[in-house]
Design a protein around this ligand. Structure first.
Ligand code: AG3
Length: 298
């Protein structure tokens, strides 16, 4: 057995961090884009870190991936074509493909080594989704993909890293503008937006940029234990305000008829997730603060 090693997360500048005991190191390598680390921890199971930041873990990935996929898909109700930007571990892809209405899910990942590492070391996350005939994988930077593609989508899901690494382009107004132009009428875009208590500027900047592009911008949240510091925020943007207000009985009917099985998502959880505590609501409406060293340059 390997000697236990502790891995300290590098995320919130040098101010505070979480540490995970790595009873095994399954992978420790650099790709052309970032550093990949897969460890095994007794609480979280196998855990993927990119550039020292926890991306996903076997034990709590269901919370994040279910909320990222099912909230826009059930709010939409008849999505056939879904675009996932990032998400190389395949967890979002797996949730999206649970929907029988989805005819094709396109996953655009900049770093193919993330997909290879996840398929090898974290097979329980994608659960074979990459082999589903409805899955289409494109290895490309998300911004160039949305700029160039002629395809149209009903839902766009941005399953990115934080803006400090190669994913920074996925936080720009230009990227959101291209995404919107690839959405069919009634389309929805969602994106992970960090932990607002720790990364307030990430949420206020993204909300502000999205508002330049979409008519209706709101946020919802879920606590994901391996993302240190409280609730994670997800932004929800659309030109069709009714999609944000899909009522409970409609969500319940869609959920039941879909046959989708979940461990976190439920129609009631969906609606409740949009109830924002005051400080998060204020962040959605506030001007982003100038970047500091602690905010990771964001
Ligand atoms: N991407 C989101 C990781 C966010 C980490 N941020 C944080 N802890 N504040 C996860 C990719 C999983 N498919």
């Amino acid at each position: 057995m390997n000697e236990a090693r502790w891995v300290e997360e590098k995320l919130h500048g040098a101010t505070v961090s979480q540490r995970l005991r790595a009873d095994r190191v399954l992978l420790d390598r650099k790709s052309g884009f970032q550093e990949l680390l897969v460890i095994e921890n007794p609480i979280f199971g196998r855990t993927l870190l990119l550039d020292g930041v926890v991306q996903t873990t076997e034990r709590d990935e269901f919370i994040y991936h279910e909320m990222l996929a099912h909230v826009p898909l059930f709010a939409h109700g008849s999505a056939r074509r879904v675009l996932i930007i990032g998400g190389g571990d395949g967890g979002t892809l797996e949730e999206v493909l649970k929907h029988p209405n989805v005819e094709q899910a396109t996953l655009v990942e900049i770093d193919e080594t993330v997909i290879a590492a996840s398929r090898e070391h974290l097979p329980e996350i994608a659960k074979g989704a990459f082999d589903d005939p409805r899955a289409r994988v494109v290895i490309e930077d998300g911004l160039s993909f949305v700029r160039a593609t002629g395809d149209r989508f009903d839902v766009v899901i941005i399953d990115s890293t934080d803006p400090q690494g190669p994913g920074w382009r996925l936080f720009t107004t230009a990227f959101y503008t291209h995404c919107r132009s690839r959405l069919n009428p009634g389309g929805i875009l969602v994106a992970q937006c960090g932990v607002p208590f720790m990364q307030p500027n990430e949420l206020s900047s993204v909300a502000c940029r999205l508002r330049q592009v979409f008519r209706e911008v709101s946020a919802y949240r879920a606590a994901v234990p391996s993302y240190y510091g409280g609730d994670m925020a997800f932004v929800f943007a659309t030109d069709d305000a009714a999609k944000r207000r899909t009522p409970l009985d409609v969500l319940e009917r869609r959920f039941e008829t879909s046959g989708v099985t979940t461990r976190y998502y439920l129609p009631e959880v969906h609606l409740a997730a949009f109830a924002l505590p005051r400080f998060i609501r204020d962040l959605m409406a506030s001007r982003p603060q100038p970047a500091t060293a602690e905010s990771g340059g964001f």
